[in-house]
Each structure stands twice: as structure tokens, then as C-alpha cells.
Design a binder for this molecule. Structure first.
Ligand SMILES: [Cu+2]
Length: 502
């Protein structure tokens, strides 16, 4: 229907134009051709001058009217250190191009009027003037050289080479249809290696390499989480994409860089205003004092709801708009608290699963520290008067398969047990060995007894009085989970510590 109406309109317009043409033709036959042409030239020349005035006034008025909504003017000054320099480059370029724009338009329209066809005038034949050519080649060349040179200096300032000694926060942004994965380096400050061959959409969508220990504490933010960054700190963003071209654009920080599949790019910037400070700056302008939601006049003001944002500035597909993310700039202390509260991707999704290359082979120092705290709390619980259980699972005690030989990793857990045992002179405990139901029950009984004794021997040889310890094998009799699954059997093979007397 819409097409039909559009077609009808175009058809009618064509008919009108043809009819006007016919009328003009008839009129010129009556008045004489030349007379009409001179009259038309006069009118069109005058209209050209009127158009020029209206057009230039309109341009200048709109630039002035919208100045507070444009980046770099009014309230929207740069929120990053290098942004001020970029804004100044844009302004200088705007001044030069603005002057040329106004001048050429005045000349264009004024000459259209001045040199319109008049009775008794003749065109001058003006073929060449070397001096004029020199002038209009030299002036743009000098101006362009100045602009380009300034741009190069700024480019070098914005992209310094950061060394390991420089203190900076590094994050990685991976664009895909239609979101960003934001990866933080975690406590070690280093992003781990990635390999596209390791990409597994369900378990490892970024292709992080778990054999690189820098990966272990890396944090990956979910699709809608706020990107939090510290103020007054250099931030290096590694930018990459998984499918098509995207563009990492932080307008308030004057950061804009293509995200290209297979070609990592990066941008360095330093935020200089926290989100709160920027809101304060906006609050001084009347246009930011209005309610954020026009339907709710008593609700928060526009400046109160302001957020920095990340946008994809490449038209990458129909869900393109949903790549918007909120960026929050906070103080250094707030950032540290936030970072510490984030869980590493590896620890939440990979640790001790089949994909974990360190499963049963390695404990990380942060895990050992955390386990020490946890063990202390567990002991405090079973020793308190309101205790509901008297048993602690020794989570980090491992044996070699089918043997009673303790693995090296068990040392951390057992050394902590030694420490706690020696702090309480009267405490007596029983070490209990448990197995799954694989194999012969009598063999399992024997193995569990041997394993419990191994733990007992380790504790004695590390300074616990033998009178405080006993060891007992329970075989496969006390499962905590079903023996039908590998995970269940894994849980059933365990060593427990039971408090006999406090
Ligand atoms: Cu995109």
C-alpha cells in the first residue's frame, strides 16, 4: 500500500512538472524567449544570495544551539587525560575548515548573482594565472602540514609504549554478535594466553589457555555487568573480535578503535573523572537539571542518571544496539574492593572439572591460604559447644591411585592440622578412611585402614603426640553420595577427622 501511494505521488509530481513546462513554453512564445531568460536569471541570482544568507546563518545558529550536546563543548568535556588534546585538535581543524566553508559558500553564491547573464555583458576568457595557482596550492599545503604534524605528535602521546615497570590496569574486550566479553587480569595483573583452537562455546568461549597460570585468576564479566575502572590510572584495553568487525567506542573518554577478528588492537587511556564527579559537572547545566523521565517529574534528575557508556560503533548486524555497556569510573580504593569481590572464571567454572589441567596436581597459593582459613573455621565450629557435627572432611588429602601413599599436595592440609592439634593439648581425634564401592569390599576395608594410618603417621612424624591420634578404616560402608556416578565415587573416597575429645 505504502509503495502504491509513493508511486502515485511521484507520478502526480511528474505530471505537474510537465504541465508547468508546457505553460512556461507557451508564455515564452508570447513574451519572447530572451526577455524571459533575462528575467529568470535575475530572479534566480537574487534567490541564490538569499539562500546563502539563510543557509550560513542556519549553520552558525545550529552549531551554537547544539554546542552543549556535542562532545568537547559545554558540559561534555573529556573524561580522559588524552581527550583534551584530541578535542583541541578537532577544534583547531574546525576553525580552519569553518573559515574555508564560509568563504567558499559566499563566493559560490555571490558569483552566481554577480555574473548572471545581463543585457550587454560578455564573459571574459580567463585561461590561466600562475600566481593564483601558487597561492591556492601553497595555503592549503601549509595548513594541512600543520594539522597533520600536530595529529602525529598527539598520536605518539596517546599511544606510548608501556613497559612492565609502568603501573597500568589491563583489560581485554572481545566483541561478538551481540555483546562484549570483558576480561580483567585478576590479582597477578597479567592476562593469560588465549588460543582460538581452545574455544568451546559452552565452557571456554574466549579460548583461554588454562596451562598458562596467568589465566587462572582472570575474571570475565558477563554480558550486562558494568565495566568498572579506577580513576587516575592508566588503562590498556586489548581489543579483539570473534566474528565480524566491531568497534570499541567510549565517547566520553575519546576512545575509539576497531575490533578486528584475528588482529588484536589496543588503546591506552587514563580516566580523570569518576562517574560521580562527571555527574556533578553536568548538574551545573540547566538542561541536565530536568527530570530524567518526563513522565515522572518528581523522579531523579537527568544528571543523576548519567552513565559513561561503551558502544559498538560499527554497524555489525541487527542486534548491534545491544552491545551498549555501562562503564563506571570509581576511586582506586573502590576499584580494589570491587576487583577482590569478583570470582575468577577458572575457579568458578573449570577448577577440578575434567578440563582442569591442574586437577589433583597443583594447589595455587591463594587456594592454600583460603583453605587454611576455612579449616580454622571448621575446627572452631566442631569445637564449639553448639556443634552439630564432630567431623571435618580433610578436603585436600589425596593418595596415589590404589595406594596408601600420600600425594605431595596433602602436605599443606596436614601441616595445618598439625598446627591446630598442637594448639589444643587436650584434643583427641580419630582419622577415618573411606573408599567407594569399586572392587572387593575386603580390599577396600584394608586400603581405607592403611590410608588412615598413613595420615596418622604423617601427623606423628610432624610433631603431634601419638596419644592424641587414632586411625580407623571404614571401607565402603559409609558413602556420602551415590556410587553410581564418577563424581559421587570421587566424593566417597575421602579422609575424615572426627573429634573424640575436645
Ligand atoms: Cu558490534
Amino acid at each position: 500500500m505504502t509503495y502504491l501511494i509513493a508511486f502515485a505521488i511521484i507520478f502526480l509530481l511528474a505530471v505537474i512538472v510537465i504541465q508547468i513546462g508546457k505553460v512556461t513554453e507557451l508564455a515564452s512564445k508570447i513574451r519572447g524567449e530572451e526577455e524571459v531568460e533575462l528575467h529568470n536569471n535575475n530572479t534566480q541570482g537574487k534567490w541564490a544570495v538569499i539562500f546563502m544568507v539563510v543557509f550560513l546563518v542556519g549553520c552558525i545558529y545550529s552549531a551554537y544551539y547544539y554546542k552543549n550536546t556535542m562532545l568537547g563543548y559545554g558540559p561534555l568535556t573529556s573524561a580522559s587525560e588524552h581527550g583534551f588534546e584530541l578535542d583541541s585538535i578537532f577544534n583547531v581543524t574546525l576553525i580552519f575548515t569553518g573559515i574555508v566553508f564560509v568563504l567558499t559558500h559566499i563566493l559560490l553564491f555571490w558569483y552566481t548573482y554577480k555574473y548572471r547573464k545581463q543585457r550587454g555583458t560578455k564573459a571574459i576568457f580567463y585561461a590561466h594565472d600562475t600566481k593564483l595557482e601558487m597561492i591556492w596550492t601553497a595555503i592549503p599545503a601549509i595548513v594541512m602540514t600543520f594539522l597533520v604534524a600536530r595529529g602525529l605528535v598527539a598520536w605518539n602521546n596517546i599511544f606510548p609504549t608501556l613497559t612492565d615497570q609502568d603501573k597500568f590496569v589491563e583489560i581485554e574486550a572481545t566483541g561478538y554478535q551481540f555483546a562484549w566479553d570483558i576480561r580483567y587480569a585478576g590479582a597477578d595483573g597479567k592476562l593469560g594466553n588465549k588460543d582460538f583452537r581452545l574455544i568451546d562455546l559452552a565452557k571456554n568461549s574466549l579460548g583461554m589457555d588454562w596451562t598458562d597460570e596467568h589465566s587462572v585468576d582472570d575474571i570475565v564479566l558477563g554480558g550486562t555487568d558494568k565495566i568498572v575502572l579506577p580513576v587516575d590510572t592508566t588503562v590498556r584495553v586489548r581489543i579483539t573480535a570473534k566474528d565480524v568487525l566491531h568497534n570499541f567506542y567510549l565517547p566520553h573518554f575519546r576512545v575509539k578503535m576497531d575490533a578486528v577478528p584475528g588482529l588484536p588492537t589496543s588503546f591506552i587511556f587514563k580516566p580523570v573523572k569518576t562517574t560521580k564527579e562527571f555527574r556533578q559537572q553536568l548538574s551545573e547545566y540547566p538542561e541536565w537539571q530536568v527530570p530524567a523521565d518526563p513522565n515522572d517529574p518528581t523522579g531523579p534528575k537527568r544528571w543523576e542518571t548519567f552513565e559513561y557508556e561503551l558502544a559498538c560503533a560499527e554497524l555489525c548486524g541487527k542486534g548491534h544496539y545491544s552491545m551498549r555497556r555501562i562503564v563506571e569510573i570509581v576511586t582506586r580504593d573502590e576499584y580494589n574492593v570491587w576487583l577482590a569481590s569478583q570470582k575468577s572464571f577458572y575457579m568458578t567454572n573449570i577448577r577440578n572439572t575434567a578440563d582442569d589441567p591442574y586437577k589433583g596436581k597443583k594447589l595455587f597459593s591463594f587456594e592454600i591460604k583460603a583453605r587454611e582459613q576455612e579449616l580454622k573455621t571448621e575446627f572452631a565450629k566442631v569445637l564449639s559447644d553448639s556443634a552439630i557435627t564432630n567431623t571435618i572432611l580433610l578436603k585436600h588429602v589425596f593418595f596415589e591411585t590404589g595406594s596408601d601413599k600420600l600425594s605431595d599436595l596433602s602436605k599443606h592440609e596436614l601441616d595445618n592440622v598439625v598446627k591446630i592439634m598442637n594448639e589444643r593439648a587436650s584434643m583427641k581425634v580419630e582419622l577415618g578412611g573411606h573408599t567407594d564401592n569399586v572392587g572387593d569390599a575386603a580390599m577396600n576395608q584394608e586400603l581405607s585402614q592403611k590410608r588412615a594410618s598413613s595420615v596418622l603417621n604423617y601427623l606423628i612424624s610432624n610433631g603431634v603426640a601419638s596419644a592424641k591420634l587414632s586411625a580407623r578404616g571404614y571401607g565402603q560402608n559409609n558413602p556420602v553420595e551415590s556410587n553410581d556416578t564418577p563424581e559421587g565415587r570421587d566424593k566417597n573416597r575421602r579422609t575424615e577427622l572426627k573429634i573424640i575429645s575436645k
